[in-house]
Design a protein around this ligand. Structure first.
Ligand SMILES: N[C@@H](CCC(=O)N[C@@H](CS)C(=O)NCC(=O)O)C(=O)O
Length: 208
């Protein structure tokens, strides 16, 4: 099987999601560095891979994809290794719901409005951070209510939902407000400690 290529940067939450999936499947891949925030802008050739100029983009044997959810499902289905999606309709639906919620309501609030704003805002916009924390709290409440019994979000099986959530929450925990909020959600805090102990998490940590 040809080795896939992932385009992106190690600081990116979404690139990390795709990389964690590749690691969990033990799929070797080439990471082509692509800094979307580079002063010189996004190279024109990259827009052929991702017309919206986001990362990651993915290529396998001439097959190109963007959108992390699609990349993750393709990697799970096209390669050998442990299945990362439930076999039953309800489990798959729940997984899709969690991933969709994180994309629609979690990522911007937790990563940009709280963590990036607190770390890089000059000065930080406190109203934006407060709104982001409010939304983050709702995301964590929903995650707690949807989490099945067992070590992972869907129960006994590690799935794409865990691998989607971990990098977003990891970024949120860079700031004290994120850590304080997570501490109020014991089941999700325990789940996070479990996913953060996976080799796929350490292997995809940004090297600074
Ligand atoms: N819907 C996209 C989101 C990807 C995304 O937003 N990536 C961020 C990096 S974590 C990015 O490229 N941001 C650049 C920008 O917002 O201009 C996916 O699922 O892959």
């Amino acid at each position: 099987m040809a080795k896939p290529t992932l385009y992106g940067a190690d600081y990116s939450v979404y690139v990390r999601i795709a990389r964690m999936v590749l690691e969990e499947k033990s799929v070797g891949y080439d990471l082509v560095p692509l800094d979307i925030f580079a002063a010189e802008g996004i190279p024109a050739w990259y827009l052929e891979h991702h017309p919206f100029g986001r990362i990651p983009a993915f290529e396998h044997d001439g097959f190109r994809l963007f959108e992390t959810g699609a990349i993750a499902r393709y990697v799970d289905e096209a390669f050998e290794g442990p299945a990362l999606q439930p076999a039953d309709a309800r489990g798959r639906a729940r997984m899709g719901q969690i991933i969709g919620m994180l994309d629609a309501y979690g990522y911007r609030a937790m990563v940009w409005d709280v963590a990036v704003e607190r770390l890089e805002g000059a000065p930080p916009d406190e109203a934006l951070i407060a709104r982001g924390l409010g939304q983050a709290e709702t995301v964590l409440k929903v995650l707690r209510s949807l989490k099945a019994q067992g070590p992972w979000l869907l129960g006994e099986q590690l799935t794409l939902a865990d691998l989607h959530a971990a990098p977003i929450i990891a970024y949120f925990l860079k700031v004290a407000e994120g850590r304080d909020l997570l501490a109020r959600f014991v089941e999700i805090k325990d789940w996070y400690a479990r996913i953060a102990a996976r080799p796929s998490f350490a292997l995809t940590e940004k090297v600074s």
